[in-house]
Write a protein that binds this ligand. Structure first.
Ligand SMILES: NC(=O)C1=CN([C@@H]2O[C@H](COP(=O)(O)OP(=O)(O)OC[C@H]3O[C@@H](n4cnc5c(N)ncnc54)[C@H](O)[C@@H]3O)[C@@H](O)[C@H]2O)C=CC1
Ligand SMILES: O=C(O)[C@@H]1CCC=N1
Length: 264
């Protein structure tokens, strides 16, 4: 996820020399440095890597798994300037949990990105903690805008948003996988079926990305009265696909709440 955000930031003109990344493995640090022209420090080579990166930073983006993020916050706390904005991309970790692991008064912003950020087409939510000034929130919003559409939401909506846009790219890829499998079942060559499914979901995505695009109008335009698509959509509706998608989103949001409790 973090390389996706990095890709978006750099593509939008962030100076690579303004960015320091940390990772665990040396090979991964080399890969990031070569691919993006940034400084990347591996924990395996320098156990102080996270502190080195955070020291003097205006913005620190924490992107490890939810289970490790408060430990990481505690690790870098001694080197943070009071004005350093700490941004979290972790699902299910609350602003309160992050603030409790950081020096008192540290500005904290919780975000929920998604992987199309790599192409500058992400959706990134921003929820600010109480120590964040409007100027700091503006700065982070502008920074993340490089990676896609930024939406400001109250923290109590993050789990719901995550169930739609955070996990959502996986739902679209899942659809492409299911379409490819269906094509094979209808007798298409597997490679061809994957190719046309991928291009179809991608092409539809491009259409949705046009300004003012309306998913319902776009669907209706493909669905000729009494034609073939109509039969497919009817079968989807009979099979309860909309309700199944709602169930999936509910399960994702519930899992986020469960993780928050576990990390309590
Ligand atoms: N994958 C996705 O689409 C999304 C992920 N997220 C959040 O992003 C975070 C990362 O998720 P992924 O990218 O999927 O996981 P990942 O496992 O691919 O990335 C985590 C990275 O952190 C590195 N790391 C772990 N501990 C470290 C440490 N102490 N110091 C430096 N680097 C360390 C790991 O080596 C790894 O490269 C999670 O908190 C997740 O909830 C949020 C939205 C979407
Ligand atoms: O699956 C996850 O937990 C993360 C959060 C949203 C997308 N990926």
């Amino acid at each position: 996820m973090n390389e996706a955000i990095l890709g978006g930031l750099l593509a939008a003109g962030t100076d690579p020399s303004d960015v320091v990344a940390t990772v665990r493995r040396a090979e991964r640090a080399d890969e990031l440095a070569h691919r993006h022209g940034i400084m990347a420090i591996a924990g395996a080579e320098d156990p102080d890597n996270n502190k080195l990166a955070a020291k003097g930073a205006g913005v620190v983006i924490l992107g490890v798994k939810p289970v490790g993020i408060t430990d990481l916050a505690r690790e870098i706390s001694p080197v943070l300037a009071p004005s350093t904005i700490v941004v979290s991309v972790a699902a299910a970790v609350s602003i309160a949990q992050l603030e409790a692991a950081l020096p008192p008064g540290q500005p904290v912003i919780r975000t929920m990105p998604n992987t199309p950020a790599r192409l500058g087409r992400g959706v990134i939510s921003v929820s600010a903690g109480s120590n964040v000034t409007p100027e700091q929130q503006q700065l982070v919003t502008e920074l993340l805008s490089a990676a896609g559409t930024v939406v400001e939401i109250p923290e109590d909506q993050v789990d719901a948003l995550s169930a739609i846009s955070g996990s959502g790219p996986a739902y679209a890829f899942y659809l492409a996988e299911a379409m490819a499998a269906a094509g094979v079942e209808l007798g298409l060559d597997p490679e061809l079926s994957v190719r046309i499914s991928r291009e179809t979901v991608a092409g539809a995505g491009y259409m949705l990305a046009e300004p003012g695009a309306d998913p319902t109008a776009l669907r209706v335009a493909v669905t000729s009265p009494n034609g073939t698509t109509e039969r497919a959509i009817a079968a989807f509706n009979e099979g309860g696909i909309p309700a199944i998608i709602a169930d999936g989103a509910r399960a994702a949001a519930a899992r986020a709440a469960e993780i928050t409790k576990q990390l309590g």
